[in-house]
Design a protein around this ligand. Structure first.
Ligand SMILES: [Zn+2]
Length: 288
């Protein structure tokens, strides 16, 4: 009899819980995290959120998004509840996740992280950087002709002017490229792109992966002769933050009518970071 009434209570309460927990907000249900090595081996460990630690089994863990995000009703913005970090049993690596919520949507339902354990044991860096100067990238959506053309142009400029190389991959990339066929309007105007590191390892200062978003250009003013926005977003993915200098490609207002080309000082700073030297001056970084 007790069991029956307990079941009955659940039966009556559950629909109410379901209705309460599915508000009309942009948070999708779950995020699936995958952690694998370059040899395709899954890494087991623990994923830490503010009030929760979840086992990573066979390289996978599924997290209910209510533990990751909340909708702040004061400004109607999606926010992260806390830092997300992960620790792995085999090689004592711990990572911290940086989720970019500027767009006010949690559109990353699957987050995969590729970990090259060999590189972790050897290198520690002064400034956050990718483990290798050859950066592997992957298109996550089909991009329009204009989007992919401009991105490839940005990549070839970065390859010819800096120490970096880029290689497209179908495997887990360092750089995820998302293309959208809509535009994003903000108070400052139409946003053409976004970029940021996602996973990084703080002991060795290694960027594990980053992503950039490219938006549609309908109704937007943009630089026709030079891929300023695309280079700007790739620089964010490389951990470069905005600069106050209105002539810099890292100025936040770039891409409308301001079409700066890649700064000499940024070229030199990339060279400094990727040859493991010190002395990048005048730069701001997203993660320090
Ligand atoms: Zn920016």
């Amino acid at each position: 009899m007790k069991k029956f009434s307990f079941g009955l209570i659940l039966f009556l309460i559950l629909p109410a819980i379901i209705i309460l927990s599915s508000p009309n907000d942009p948070i999708s249900d779950e995020t699936s995290f995958t952690f694998i090595t370059e040899q395709d081996e899954p890494l087991d460990g623990t994923l830490y959120l503010q009030d929760l630690s979840l086992p990573i089994i066979d390289g996978k863990v599924l997290v209910n998004n209510s533990h990751i995000y909340y909708l702040d009703v004061s400004d109607n913005q999606l926010k992260l509840r806390s830092d997300i970090s992960a620790e792995f049993e085999r090689n004592n690596i711990s990572l911290t996740l940086n989720i970019d919520l500027k767009n006010n949507i949690s559109d990353q339902n699957t987050i995969s992280v590729l970990i090259d354990s060999k590189e972790f044991e050897i290198d520690t860096f002064d400034q956050y950087r990718f483990a290798s100067s050859t950066i592997k990238y992957r298109y996550e959506e089909k991009c329009s002709w204009v989007q992919s053309n401009r991105l490839e142009e940005a990549i070839s400029i970065l390859e010819s002017e800096t120490i970096l190389n880029f290689r497209e991959t179908s495997q887990e990339p360092d750089l995820y490229i998302h293309c959208y066929d809509y535009s994003v309007e903000t108070d400052e105007g139409i946003r053409l792109g976004e970029g940021s590191p996602r996973f990084y390892e703080s002991f060795s200062k290694t960027l594990i992966n980053s992503s950039i978003n490219l938006y549609a250009r309908k109704d937007a003013v943009y630089c026709v002769n030079y891929p300023s926005t695309e280079i700007h977003e790739i620089l964010h993915a490389l951990n470069f933050g905005h600069l106050n200098d209105s002539k810099s490609i890292l100025h936040p207002g770039i891409g409308g009518e301001t079409c700066s080309e890649l700064d000499k000082s940024i070229i030199e700073c990339i060279e400094t970071i990727y040859s493991n030297k010190k002395g990048c001056r005048g730069m701001k970084f997203i993660i320090n």
